[in-house]
Design a protein around this ligand. Structure first.
Ligand code: 8DG
Length: 130
């Protein structure tokens, strides 16, 4: 069974999306991702998503619609992604090198990790469908 990594696409007013720059490991440092992490044993995926956003950003999020299905990562890992909104707090980079709010037209201004680029494309379609 694959290890599940959950990730939050935090969306704010004007279609802004929060990107976070990884600090580690060396192979991924500097790349941009969606906040998240591994689900702990016995923990629900939604609870893991909320916990990771609290730990990494110091915010509370509300979990919304799922983005796609299982996104492949390295062998043995899959990523599951949800749209989220901020319920309280203002994100700060507690574990990342930097954070950026990307507005429409800026979604590809950061060097997304390989797995995240197709996710960003899917999110763009979801947000601009109407
Ligand atoms: N959180 C997150 N991880 C991603 C993304 N894209 C991507 O390839 N990954 C990879 C990087 C890592 O190999 C793995 C998740 O690891 P992590 O370091 O975020 O997990 P964690 O917070 O539970 O960390 P740790 O306790 O194992 O240190 O998934 C993404 O958008 N968000």
């Amino acid at each position: 069974m694959s290890i599940v990594v959950v990730a939050a696409v935090i969306v704010a007013d004007g279609g802004r999306v929060l990107a976070a720059q990884r600090a580690q490991p060396a192979a991924l440092a500097g790349g941009w991702e969606f906040p998240g992490g591994k689900v702990d044993p016995g923990e629900s995926e939604a609870a893991a998503l909320v916990r990771e956003c609290r730990e990494e950003l110091g915010v509370e999020v509300s979990v919304g619609a799922r983005v796609g299905g299982d996104w492949p990562l390295a062998e043995g890992y899959v990523m599951r992604v949800w749209l989220c909104t901020l319920a309280s707090g203002s994100p700060e980079a507690r574990e990342h090198l930097a954070l950026r709010w990307l507005g429409p037209g800026e979604y590809y201004d950061v060097e997304w990790l390989g797995a995240d680029l197709p996710i960003m494309k899917t999110v763009e379609n979801l947000l601009h469908r109407d």
